[in-house]
Design a protein around this ligand. Structure first.
Ligand code: HEM
Length: 429
């Protein structure tokens, strides 16, 4: 950026002269002083460099000023912006500190990129719901480059995102999301968990985290075994849709499907399981709350063989506990960054079409056009898993485990630090 060459070849310079004929080119590769260079040369050279640096610095300083009526924020450093204001390991406390100084809507520069941080119900609603479409974009060069297929989570707001979102909602609904048939599938999953827990009764169970990259195998298996027109699952439905649309330039493509299944796998597993992990951590260490949940579960489910999602209407305490768990788990602390789709305003500030990072506010599934696509499924899972496990087991904080540490591990999704739990079968079962 800054030209930096010093060509010291003497071209017509008179010995002892002030160097009037000395050419100044800048190139960092050939930087050397001739022995005969005078002090005056040196001082002149240093002054020129200093002057250039001042001009560049001033230029950067002017460029990195906040636009007119942009939300306030800490002073911006040239090049770095505000990155020194944030801890890279866990910026959540910094965001909260800045909120206290600058209010619920403030701005930060991540290098030269402006970002607006939104906190609080009022500002969130204005941005995500009232002006939902103005704020429904995703920054495009933040995580993946332009040539990559984006799945749905990181897809830009537009027709391909809309088509894919609609397709997923319809397909998930057809497979029972938000309906009773989904309960069957969730209970199937719970049975696996119960098997594992039953094998661990009396011993301590370590929280396990698994990470699988299934997509390539998944595509191959599906293509080999599918019967077109008779979809077994989401991938089959997508392949059918691709057949239906043909090669007419539609955004339904195999690479897009690969990203999409990754999106759904990541968005739908880490989130729910981290929320549940936080839930059981607190229920073990607040045993009187666990017992009150179990009392309510026993009363409502008396004589029934298993919980159904509709039972939540008769379990206000359990519902309150799940909401409290979601509040304290703060599972997706910064949500997913949005960007504006046009010049707009928020709480009286002007937000030009550009970038902003969305906040840590209590709206676990977010709101507006971009809100979590799996909310219905996640709510059903949290309820059925917690109720079924609490009905069957008592979760105990091991005596030798010391003081519980509730500090979460920071990431796109927050998770509690690994912990041990002791499990007992409940007497009533
Ligand atoms: C406790 C569980 C969950 C929480 C707390 C959660 C939270 C969120 C949040 C905060 C967002 C960002 C919304 C925004 O950009 O404004 C999101 C997006 C999304 N979630 Fe979830 N989620 C959960 C479970 C699920 C499940 C089970 C699925 C899958 C079926 C899922 C699929 C998605 C997808 C596809 C998006 C992207 C939507 C889009 O960009 O249009 N989530 N979720």
């Amino acid at each position: 950026m800054f030209p930096f060459t010093f060509n010291t070849e003497e071209q017509g310079t008179q010995p002892g002269g002030a160097g009037l004929g000395t050419e100044l080119h800048f190139d960092s590769k050939s930087f050397s002083f001739p022995l005969q260079i005078s002090h005056i040369h040196l001082i002149m050279f240093a002054s020129i460099i200093l002057l250039c640096l001042c001009v560049v610095f001033l230029n950067l300083l002017l460029k990195s000023r906040r636009p007119k009526n942009f939300p306030p924020g800490p002073p911006i450093l040239p090049i770095l912006g505000n990155i020194l204001n944030l801890s890279l390991e866990n910026p959540l406390k910094d965001f909260e500190r800045l909120r206290k100084s600058y209010g619920n809507v403030y701005s930060l520069f991540l290098g030269s990129r402006p970002a607006v941080i939104i906190n609080g119900m009022k500002a969130m609603k204005e941005a995500m719901v009232t002006k939902g479409t103005d704020f429904a974009g995703r920054p495009q060069d933040l995580f993946v480059n332009d040539t990559q297929k984006k799945g749905v989570i990181l897809a830009q707001y537009g027709s391909s995102w809309r088509d894919h979102r609609r397709f997923a909602l319809t397909t998930l609904r057809n497979f029972g999301m938000g309906k009773n048939s989904m309960e069957e599938r969730i209970h199937g999953e719970i049975d696996y968990t119960i098997d594992t827990l039953e094998k661990s009764i009396g011993s301590v169970w370590y929280t396990l985290r698994t990470c699988q990259n299934l997509t390539i195998r998944l595509m191959k298996e599906h293509k080999e075994t599918r019967v077109p027109g008779e979809p077994r699952d989401f991938v089959d439905c997508y392949l059918d849709e691709m057949d239906k649309r043909g090669d007419d330039g539609s955004s339904f493509e195999e690479e897009q499907l690969r990203m999409y299944t990754l999106d759904l796998h990541f968005a739908g597993t880490d989130t729910t399981s981290n929320t549940l992990l936080t839930g059981f951590l607190y229920l073990m260490t607040y045993p009187h709350i666990q017992e009150r949940c179990q009392q309510e579960i026993d009363e409502v489910l008396e004589g029934k063989d298993r919980a159904s999602f509709d039972d939540r209407h008769n379990m206000p305490y359990m519902q309150a506990v799940i909401h409290e768990v979601q509040r304290i788990a703060n599972t997706v602390p910064l949500s997913v960054p949005h960007c504006t789709t046009k010049d707009t305003e928020l709480m009286g500030y002007s937000i030009p079409r550009g970038e902003f990072v969305k906040p840590e506010a209590f709206m676990p599934f977010s709101a507006g056009p971009r809100m979590c696509l799996g909310e219905g499924l996640a709510r059903m899972e949290l309820f059925l898993i917690m109720v079924t496990l609490l009905r069957k087991f008592k979760f105990i904080w091991p005596e030798d485990a010391g003081e519980p540490d509730y500090t979460p591990v920071y990431g796109v999704t927050l998770t509690p630090k690994p912990y041990r739990m002791e499990i007992q079968l409940r007497a009533t079962q």
